[in-house]
Design a binder for this molecule. Structure first.
Ligand code: CA
Length: 472
């Protein structure tokens, strides 16, 4: 019974029943000086797959402490529901469609537009030493390497995924999945999530006496579903055994980093963002809880993500913030926290979140958020959300009343429908055409998924393999 009540309470918490953020009685804290800044990005995690998001079967004690020490955002979104465009938006603070990074399958020789500034470029100007640890996925050729994009150091791999264990077919010079230190391939041993956690701890050790920025992009819990033997043993009877074990490793390594920050007396004045790059995938057994859809689509399960912001020296602990926010907000918030000037024309789409957290305000940071990948687009305006599938049509939902996006309001809310269509089309006029597209098979699969979900039915197929079987 207790578990049932806990789950119902957590659903209520996550449901975002109110669109306006709550007013907090914030106590102003003394200025602690400029913080270190860390972005912990998780890959393909389900919305409900962390203790702090209501999970009752996946254990994340260390990440839950981070949530308890900071602010949990319940209406937080990434700017794309797949890896590469989501990362392009996060790292620039701009809608990635403005510079052609709309789709996921970056061809060789292309990548994140070199005219765009990254979070590391901005923070370097403010005196920060910066590192990428983990998955890059913003271009495979040298012009797009992390150290050409403002970062001082890189430990990780360039591609979109790889094995969690050393693999002699992959761990070779020139392979985009090989582990690099800066531009050189290096050997690694053990389990990759541990390796990245160790690099993060080492980095803090080496740079604890200067201001630093760490972009810690774990590839967990993206496929392949590979975990350490001891953790597979620990979760041997778990129905989602591999995911539970991979999530446990991820949590252990977040814990290692936090322990190191505390040991060096840096934790209180470190601004930590924690989020997933997109919704949970169908191939890693993720759980999206009350949300409809998954990675790759425009329903909430594809793009609403777990999101923590922790900065004990400045922010209240244990708060839930219900205003509409985006991963695009990380860049301006980091610039402001680092003492930078946002008044100059940086052309960012994100908004500095600090004033919303440090003052009593009832407005949400964003009135609108937009999404588009090829034929699929969406716009959010307060509690309303419009989804558009080209050559098919629209759906309009009221997320306050219908978070599961099943009740189409097009006929009941004609004025809202017109306003959202207009807002989306106006935003699209500011965009480039995509510089690359997805493979045609995936495009067809994604189209079928959207059409099915818009019709509240199960899709005929959810990957190209199934599509082939269906058409045979
Ligand atoms: Ca991803």
């Amino acid at each position: 019974m207790f578990k049932l009540i806990k789950w119902l309470l957590s659903l209520l918490l996550l449901s975002g029943c109110r669109s306006a953020p709550e007013i907090s009685s914030q106590v102003t804290k003394p200025d602690p000086g400029l913080p270190n800044i860390i972005v912990i990005l998780i890959d393909d995690a389900g919305y409900a797959d962390f203790g702090f998001m209501g999970s009752t079967d996946l254990e994340t004690p260390n990440i839950d402490v981070l949530a308890k020490d900071g602010v949990v955002f319940t209406d937080a979104h990434v700017s794309a529901s797949v890896c590469a465009p989501s990362r392009a938006g996060l790292i620039t603070g701009r809608y990635q469609q403005r510079f052609g990074s709309e789709c996921n399958s970056i061809p060789l020789g292309m990548g994140l537009d070199t005219q765009q500034k990254t979070i590391a470029d901005y923070l370097k100007q403010l005196g920060y030493y910066s590192v990428v640890i983990g998955k890059w996925h913003l271009g495979l050729t040298p012009a797009y390497y992390p150290r050409r994009r403002g970062f001082d150091e890189f430990y990780g791999f360039l591609a979109g995924g790889r094995s969690y264990f050393p693999d002699e077919r992959v761990d070779q010079p020139g392979n985009p999945r090989a582990i690099l230190h800066n531009e050189e391939q290096i050997a690694f041993s053990g389990y990759l999530t541990d390796y990245f956690g160790d690099r993060a701890v080492d980095f803090v050790q080496q740079h604890k006496d200067e201001r630093f920025f760490m972009y810690l992009a774990f590839n967990a819990v993206h496929t392949p579903m590979e975990a350490k033997a001891e953790h597979l043993q620990k979760f041997r009877d778990h129905p989602r055994r591999e995911l539970a074990a991979m999530t446990w490793s991820l949590d252990e390594n977040v814990g290692k980093l936090v322990t190191k920050l505390k040991k060096e007396n840096l934790y209180d004045n470190t601004l930590i963002f924690f989020l997933s790059d997109n919704g949970g995938a169908t191939n890693n057994q993720s759980n999206m809880g009350p949300l409809k859809g998954w990675k790759g689509n425009k329903f909430e399960g594809g793009q609403r993500v777990p999101f923590i912001m922790s900065w004990p020296a400045r922010l209240s602990k244990g708060r839930h913030y219900r205003g509409l926010i985006s991963s695009l907000d990380i860049v301006p918030t980091a610039i402001a926290a680092a003492g930078g000037d946002l008044s100059s024309n940086l052309q960012l789409d994100g908004i500095d979140l600090l004033p919303y957290l440090l003052t009593q305000t009832v407005t949400a940071p964003h009135t609108h958020l937009f999404w588009r990948k090829d034929k699929m687009a969406a716009v959010r305006a307060r509690n309303y959300k419009l989804i558009r599938l080209d050559d098919y049509g629209y759906r309009l939902y009221d997320l306050d009343r219908d978070l599961a996006e099943t009740i189409d309001l097009r006929k009941d809310s004609i004025a809202q429908l017109g306003q959202l269509k207009h807002a989306l089309e106006k935003w699209e006029k500011e965009l480039e055409i995509p510089r690359w597209l997805e493979e045609p098979e995936w495009n067809q699969v994604t189209y079928e998924i959207h059409q099915a979900l818009m019709e509240n039915r199960a899709p005929k197929y959810i990957n190209p393999r199934e599509m082939k079987k269906y058409s045979n």
